[in-house]
Write a protein that binds this ligand. Structure first.
Ligand code: PHE
Length: 457
């Protein structure tokens, strides 16, 4: 029968090692690097925040990433089914359910910002933001985000666009597209950094980026930094479980994760180097918040010959980065719907993007008609962002590390992380063991409780 045929068809996956890297790095690199990282660094005092962030990435984000990739590749399944296979008839699959829900909530606000970014490609091309006057760029941004229809239409366009890549499948969609896009992204980023660093007064921005002021660090800041590390590395919600399930059995999981983590961090630092010199050179405040990218970047380029072209390239770069991340977010529910409910990829994608459009509308309208609708003093947009980065992903990461280290066990991990002993990476695995058993779960718990105000360290 057809069903049987389906089951015998080999599962789709990433066909090449290069594809494994571009897809995984494509998921990690996104608005997190170019939008969140710079504005959070700006709001939280610069270099000191970056140091706390780096500690979280190494001690928490990276081990969770390795754990998820292992869970995915071992089970060859989506985030929910993966736990059902490793712990049958136990409630652990709820970690996958919550992760899948998190992917909807992240997409809800992520597509709002991605919509702004896509629309800025055209704003840059038309010349309306070609000015070094901060008043003008601020005004243009405020007007465009607080309109009703145009940001909504951009958001829906972004959903259709990423949905159409996902419909092409894992190899022909995700792998092929990220293989093309990631090199372009690096090239464009380097061009932008060189332009920013040659601005007069660039050194102030670099000082801000690299000279720590620890007086700005509080419990809430540390939670923000940890939340960012989860969001950045796309961990704590099942994206890496899903992508891990597409890894070939020859891939070296711990090294792949380290490579992705290092490259992703490099992209964030480079994004900071493209943005902060301009912030200081043109007299902006670094703590402008989420609008930072949209009001400062235009000024970087406006002052130079061919500035418009570079500005278009920059927003193209951000759109590319956001696309790689969004396809990985869409793949989480789509993998579940196709594997568990046996839906076609087309149906799974359509249902997913339509549901996201519905929830996402409330995020986009947070800047206009729904601006006064607040929960715990947060608009829908802020709520989805806070709830995912600062609660769902850390709790997910905590449960994932606890599960893999204490329930599934070190013997299984050692086998999977070394590809049945064929890789000589035991020293790396030993460090990972220690972190995933003790350090990561304890650190996540303490930072969560402290950041939310339940305990005071
Ligand atoms: N890592 C992506 C970014 O930095 C966002 C993301 C989060 C993607 C969670 C997938 C899963 O923009």
């Amino acid at each position: 029968s057809i069903v049987q045929k389906e089951q015998h068809k080999p599962r789709e996956g990433f066909a090449t090692s290069l594809g494994v890297i571009t897809a995984t790095l494509g998921s990690a690199v996104g608005l997190g690097n170019i939008w969140k990282f710079p504005y959070m660094t700006g709001e939280n005092g610069g270099a000191a925040f970056i140091l706390v962030y780096l500690l979280c990435v190494i001690l928490v984000g990276l081990p969770v990433m390795i754990s998820e990739l292992i869970i995915g590749r071992t089970t060859q399944a989506n985030a929910i089914t993966a736990f059902k296979r490793l712990a049958p008839n136990r409630p652990w699959y709820l970690v996958g359910v919550s992760g899948t829900a998190a992917s909807f909530l992240i997409m809800a606000f992520y597509t709002t910002v991605a919509g702004w970014v896509f629309s800025y490609i055209f704003k840059a091309a038309s010349g309306v933001i070609s000015t070094t006057d901060p008043e003008v760029t601020t005004q243009v941004f405020k007007t465009s985000m607080s309109a009703v229809w145009s940001p909504l239409l951009w958001q829906w366009f972004v959903l259709l666009f990423t949905g159409s890549i996902i419909m092409l499948g894992v190899t022909k969609g995700i792998e092929r597209i990220t293989k093309t896009l990631m090199p372009i992204l690096f090239l464009l980023l380097l061009i932008c950094v060189i332009r920013a660093l040659t601005l007069p007064g660039a050194s102030e921005g670099l000082k801000f980026l690299f000279r720590p002021d620890f007086s700005k660090i509080t419990g809430a800041t540390i939670l923000t930094a940890m939340g960012l590390s989860f969001f950045k590395l796309s961990v704590g919600m099942g994206t890496m479980i899903t992508y891990g399930s597409y890894f070939g059995f020859r891939e070296n999981i711990p090294y792949t994760a380290v490579k992705v983590m290092l490259s992703d961090t490099l992209v964030s630092i480079l994004a900071g180097m493209a943005i902060f010199p301009a912030v200081f050179a043109f007299g902006f405040k670094p703590d402008a918040g989420p609008s930072l990218l949209f009001i400062t970047i235009p000024t970087v380029f406006a002052s130079m010959p061919l500035g418009n072209i570079f500005m278009v390239l920059f927003f193209l770069l951000v759109s590319i980065a956001a696309t790689g991340a969004m396809i990985s977010l869409l793949e989480v529910p789509v993998a579940y719907f196709t594997e568990e409910l046996k839906w076609s990829r087309l149906k799974a994608t359509l249902v997913t993007i339509i549901s996201i459009a519905l929830v996402g509308t409330t995020a986009t309208l947070s800047f206009s008609t729904l601006g006064d609708t607040k929960f715990f003093d947060k608009t829908f947009f802020d709520l989805y962002d806070f709830l995912t980065s600062n609660i769902l992903l850390p709790v997910g990461g905590l449960l994932i590390t606890y599960f893999i280290a204490w329930k599934w066990g070190l013997k299984n991990i050692a086998r999977e992380a070394s590809n049945n002993g064929s890789l000589s990476n035991q020293p790396v695995i030993n460090i990972y063991f220690f972190i995933v058993r003790y350090l990561a779960p304890i650190a996540i718990t303490l930072i969560l409780l402290n950041g939310l105000g339940f305990i005071k360290i």
